[in-house]
Write a protein that binds this ligand. Structure first.
Ligand code: 6R9
Length: 664
């Protein structure tokens, strides 16, 4: 059985060091929008896109005001945009509720009997929940939360697998104004307790177990372990997915089904201010502590709605499938909030792409007539490796649009996706964005913008993106630089929970007056953007971000480890792999057993996706005279086995010689 690239974690490219980048420089294929697709699309031509883009940046208030007007507001806003970076406010004075726009608006309208959530469990069960039914479920669960004393502004942690109840949990929080903080189900107990404590969550929602690759992930047991360190949590509500036995703590733990059976089916949505927090989602940065990014209600609703409408060209009759887990920003914006606001049928799949066979995804596409399919380059590379025989025999006729997210896509993978899955009929939207941006930032509007394999193409409406030097000067076309955004956009995160100074410092201090979130890019002569990977110490696991510092902190927390340095190295299959260099405390000897113990330790501390692929023991780490670990050297060493270039600031040349020799 091949490894599961999503669960195991596959890393992204690192600026300038990969084959990916060099192949991108040679890429010159262009695919004009498919005429048949364009004829029916929301935006039908390049001229139309250009005119809309121009309006969106020249008259942002008019543009975004119109977009917001497509949603329902309890009270209209007074000002579309007030202030600018780092504290813009959108739709000031407006009141709305995102669960109302995702559910009620359709349930009380023409989409009442249309399927909102179409779920397939890994063992094969199928559930269909219409918009009308979803409205009942969301209201009931919102009342369960209220019954537990959860109030507007309280934080609720969610640690679940992919099932309808997870989406219901998010919507129920949004309905009563509770701030959800979803922790990806692949993270370990530590990651849960850190996040729960950082924002003081009062309730945790989980489930007994979730199915993945034929086995069960014991989510509730992991929550129990985390709760030993969480004093703010009053209750844990457990959804019964599999019926596997779990430990229920009297007075703290409650069964989802028992609570829901007692709950009333009416719960009026809270009227939220546009700038009220909607959720917190943690992501990795350049320090050891993940950042709790805070998204607010109005701007996030409008940004995710409009990008879903235009980038996926979404319409009512679509069966839309984004394979991301709801635990990541992609799942928040483009499994739950964007597509439900658009009234589409959203497919949720619980398990792995290669269970029971490598063709599970294609079976799902055919069985449910999926029309829009959004996945990660790392998954596409896995499909290629598994072989075309798993695709053949599936018609895939229902597909009309394909999308990718999470990391730069190499042109070879793009072409395979285009030919083998899209049969040269489906446009591909390569969408560049981040947890911080909340919504797509650079992505083609299909039907209007021609695509080039490996390029995320042009900015979305209202997004003023540029490639600049550290001083903020534009770099000439064709040259690499820092990707910045010059003007605020509605769905941008507003702060880091409990640490606004860190928010300002992390995103608005690098390039004066601009938002910078750590990616390198270049623009070609047509104005297309080519993302070149992170320029900071963030590495990306299956399009999932991890800070090198986070993994280093986990390693150093082991009693036998003195110091650790972690870098990403390119890996043909995975995109990038994690390489760790470790020095041991006095009295400990390197051994194969200790190596495995440390790899396992990281998996236990953070989650399987952070487990180092390589781990090398060394007597010292190469440092500059000022004491900084020379990551560039380690990266080169991990990649090529040798080191070239300038090492004049290296503290101890002997260290390098020892590392080169692979001394253990
Ligand atoms: C949505 C998401 C964000 C980082 C981002 C960048 C990389 C995402 C990309 C892409 C090139 C794309 N990234 N999409 N790079 N092309 N289409 O992935 O959010 O987990 O916060 O990661 O992912 O490096 O900075 P998040």
């Amino acid at each position: 059985m091949s490894p599961d690239p999503i669960a195991e974690g596959v890393l992204m490219v690192d600026a300038g060091t990969t084959q990916n980048f060099s192949s991108l420089l040679r890429e010159n294929r262009v695919f004009a929008p498919n005429a048949e697709f364009a004829a029916k699309a929301h935006v039908k031509s390049e001229a139309e896109y250009e005119a809309m883009y121009r309006k969106s940046v020249e008259e942002p208030e008019a543009f975004w005001g119109e977009a917001a007007g497509e949603l329902e507001w309890f009270e209209p806003w007074e000002t579309v945009l007030e202030g600018t970076f780092p504290e813009p406010k959108w739709f000031v004075g407006g009141k709305l509720n995102l669960s109302h726009n995702c559910v009620d608006r359709h349930a009380l309208g023409a989409r009442r009997d249309a399927v909102a959530l179409l779920w397939e469990g890994e063992p094969g069960e199928i559930r269909k929940i219409t918009y009308g039914e979803l409205l009942v479920e969301v209201q009931k669960f919102a009342n369960v939360l209220k019954g537990l004393g959860v109030q507007r502004g309280d934080r609720v942690a969610i640690y679940m697998g992919m099932c309808p109840e997870l989406a219901i949990a998010l919507l129920a929080c949004a309905r009563i104004g509770a701030i959800h903080s979803v922790v990806f189900g692949g993270f370990a107990a530590h990651a849960i307790s850190d996040r729960v404590n950082d924002s003081g969550c009062v309730v945790v929602l989980t489930q007994d177990t979730s199915h993945r690759r034929g086995s069960e992930i014991r989510l509730k047991a992991i929550v129990d372990e985390a709760m030993e360190k969480c004093s703010t949590v009053r209750n844990v509500v457990v959804f019964q997915r599999s019926g596997s036995p779990v430990n229920m703590v009297p007075g703290r733990d409650l069964w989802w089904h028992e609570e829901i059976a007692k709950a009333s089916a009416t719960c009026e949505p809270e009227w939220m201010d546009a700038e009220d927090p909607l959720f917190i989602l943690y992501t990795s940065g350049t320090t050891g502590k993940p950042k709790g990014l805070v998204h607010t209600t109005g701007g996030y609703s409008v940004g995710t709605y409009l990008t879903t409408k235009y980038v996926f060209d979404l319409r009512d009759e679509d069966v839309y499938w984004c394979t991301a887990d709801i635990g990541w920003i992609t799942g928040h914006s483009y499994v739950v909030y964007g597509p439900l606001q658009c009234g589409a049928t959203v497919l949720l799949y619980e398990g792995a792409p290669n269970w029971p066979e490598n063709d599970r995804f294609w079976k799902i596409v055919d069985a449910h007539k999926v029309s829009v399919f959004y996945t990660a380059p790392t998954a596409i590379r896995a499909f290629i490796k598994w072989g075309d025989q798993y695709v053949k025999g599936h018609s895939l006729d229902s597909l009309r649009l394909l999308g990718t997210v999470g990391e730069p896509i190499n042109p070879e993978a793009w072409m395979w996706f285009y030919q083998e899955i899209g049969k040269e009929r489906c446009p591909i939207v390569d969408t560049y964005w981040q947890t911080e941006t909340g919504m797509h930032m650079i992505a083609p509007v299909p039907g209007a913008v021609a695509t080039k394999p490996g390029s995320a193409t042009k900015p979305f409406f209202g997004v003023v993106a540029e490639v600049v030097t550290k001083e903020g000067e534009l770099v000439p076309l064709g040259q690499g630089g820092l990707l910045v955004v010059r003007k605020p956009w509605p769905a941008m995160a507003r702060t880091i929970y409990g640490d606004h100074a860190r928010f300002v410092e992390a995103y608005f201090s690098e390039v004066p007056g601009s938002y910078f979130a750590g990616d390198g890019a270049r623009r070609d002569e047509d104005g297309y953007f080519w993302l070149m990977g992170r320029v900071d110490d963030v590495i990306n696991v299956s399009g999932h971000r991890l800070g090198t510092m986070e993994i280093e902190s986990a390693l150093v927390a082991h009693a036998k480890v003195a110091e650790a340095a972690v870098v990403g190295r390119p890996d043909e299959m995975k995109g990038q792999a994690i390489a760790a260099f470790v020095t041991l405390e006095e009295g400990n000897e390197p051994s194969e057993a200790l190596k495995q113990e440390l790899r396992q330790w990281v998996a236990k501390e953070i989650g399987a996706l952070a487990r180092p692929d390589d781990l090398r023991f060394t007597q010292m780490l190469p440092k500059t005279r000022s004491g900084k670990i020379m990551r560039r050297l380690l990266r080169e060493l991990a990649t090529t086995g040798t080191v070239s270039g300038d090492t004049t600031t290296l503290e101890d040349f002997g260290v390098l010689a020892k590392l080169k020799d692979g001394e253990e």
